[in-house]
Design a protein around this ligand. Structure first.
Ligand code: FAD
Length: 433
């Protein structure tokens, strides 16, 4: 039975994983490469020297991808942990239903303190390598890490839980003819404030949550904003409430004359391209036989958490996207803690592999691309309930599911006011904090 566990990363996932492992009676060390816990929610005003952020190993590369004005895209009811809700309490003076990033960070700080996890976090401790102790031995793991003094140390743990986040390494869309482009390019990882785009014509590539938020914020200072999206067919043209925002199909190419051409044949003259095209999963400290990242598919992983070959002593918490992330990381953490402490068992390696293959087969049948392997939407109910069943937790409440579905609809509405209006709407299912 494992006794000591290393957790890599002290973001929301690492903190709740540590709480569950401690509750299960395990001895936990959390390694955090930055100077504080909180991960993504620790707003970093710096940006990478390369606005496209192509080299995560570059000196001074920035982990965080939050912009200064960022407010949550889920209501606070969906962003707490069980026994430690974000709803009904105010942590940094921001009581709004969709609080700003400082409120979430203060929530995580309080959570780390009150759960006793803060005392287990080693700050400025970067994990450089994680490997099994012996070639055939997967019960013990060597963690090589660099401390504040630059010294590299090795420590052996019984298990390792990887929680290093996946919103740092930009995925930049390949645009045909990009060599003809003379303007600016930036990935949303490095977007902090709209000011650099004042009086410009800006093309925003991608209309996910960040793409929509950033496009609308930039539209207040820019001349024109043109959003290019592959999911836009039924919404082309001017955006209802905005004077200067248009939705287009995908970018087709940069023409020889430098104009940006969309696949519907329209063209625009632009000053900047802002890529809101997502991120790559990246585990620079892992180089394990049979465990790969291929087109954003981390695999093979049994239900996004356990690599069959190395389970249960190596696990991943926080890979699923487009779900109720805080609830998802908490349930995954409970599952890992239950398995490591012997309260739950995993199927054998072959059965886990069969489940992984079945997941891939179903994706293929549904025409879902490989890069969506860890995108849970629209199967969030099934996924969260499956996790809950593993650990005997209550299933997803209908009210929470409705809230999630409404929040998703709102983020796609390209209506800046939805967050504030949420509280005023009687049928929202939320309570004003
Ligand atoms: P992170 O928060 O990224 O934490 C990972 C930690 O690991 C970091 O502290 C990092 O320094 C550390 N680390 C990395 N590598 C190493 C290493 N080698 N050694 C030691 N430490 C290491 N989620 C929501 O629920 N609601 C929202 O409204 C929302 N908005 C978002 C907006 C943006 C712009 C982004 C980018 C994300 C948003 N998210 C939102 C998702 C958010 O990332 C998750 O909520 C959550 O914070 C992820 O936590 P994590 O612990 O998995 O990763």
């Amino acid at each position: 039975m494992p006794r000591t566990v290393a957790v890599v990363g002290a973001g929301a996932a690492g903190l709740v994983a540590a709480r569950e492992l401690l509750r299960a009676g395990l001895d936990v060390a959390v390694f955090e490469k930055s100077g504080r816990a909180g991960g993504t929610w620790a707003y970093d005003p710096r940006a990478d020297a390369d606005p496209l952020g192509r080299d995560p190993a570059a000196p001074g590369a920035v982990h965080g991808s939050l912009y200064a004005s960022l407010r949550t895209n889920l209501p606070r009811e969906l962003m707490g942990f069980s026994d430690f809700p974000l709803a009904g309490r105010v942590f940094a003076g921001d009581a709004r239903a969709f609080p700003g990033h400082r409120e979430v960070l203060a929530f995580l700080d309080a959570f780390a303190e009150e759960s006793g996890v803060a005392a287990r976090v080693r700050l400025r401790a970067e994990v450089l390598r994680v490997r099994p102790l012996g070639q055939e031995q997967r019960e013990r793991w060597v963690v090589a890490w660099r401390g504040e003094d630059g010294e590299v140390a090795e420590e052996v743990f019984d298990a390792v839980v990887v929680c290093n986040g996946h919103w740092t390494v930009p995925q930049v869309a390949e645009i045909r003819g990009i060599d003809n482009w003379r303007g600016k390019q930036m990935h949303s990882h490095n977007y902090r404030v709209p000011e650099p785009f004042r009086d410009q014509n800006v093309v925003v590539v991608g209309m996910g949550v960040s793409g929509a938020d950033i496009a609308l914020e930039v539209s207040h200072v820019a001349k024109e904003v043109h959003i290019a999206s592959r999911y836009s067919e039924d919404r082309l043209g001017k955006v209802g409430l905005c004077k200067n925002v248009w939705i287009h199909t995908e970018v087709d190419c940069i023409q020889d004359d430098g104009k940006i051409r969309f696949t519907d044949g329209s063209t625009v003259v632009a000053d900047s391209i802002l890529y809101c095209t997502g991120y790559h999963y990246h585990f620079p400290f892992l180089d394990l036989d049979g465990l790969t990242v291929d087109d954003n598919r981390v695999g093979p992983l049994y239900n996004h958490v356990f690599p069959p070959k190395y389970a249960p002593n190596l696990s991943f918490v926080g890979l699923p996207m487009k779900t109720i992330i805080f609830q998802s990381v908490e349930l995954e953490s409970k599952w890992v803690a239950a398995v490591l402490s012997g309260r739950a068992t995993l199927p054998g390696e072959e059965d886990m592999m069969a489940a992984v293959r079945e997941h891939y087969r179903q994706m293929e049948e549904a025409g879902r691309p490989k890069r969506h392997t860890h995108v849970i939407m629209p199967n969030w109910e099934e996924h969260l309930n499956w996790l809950a069943d593993q650990v005997g937790e209550p299933r997803l409440e209908a009210a929470r599911l409705e809230m999630l579905e409404k929040a998703v609809r709102c983020t796609w509405s390209l209506d800046e006011a939805y967050r504030d209006r949420w509280e005023q709407e009687d049928d929202s299912g939320t309570t004003t904090p």
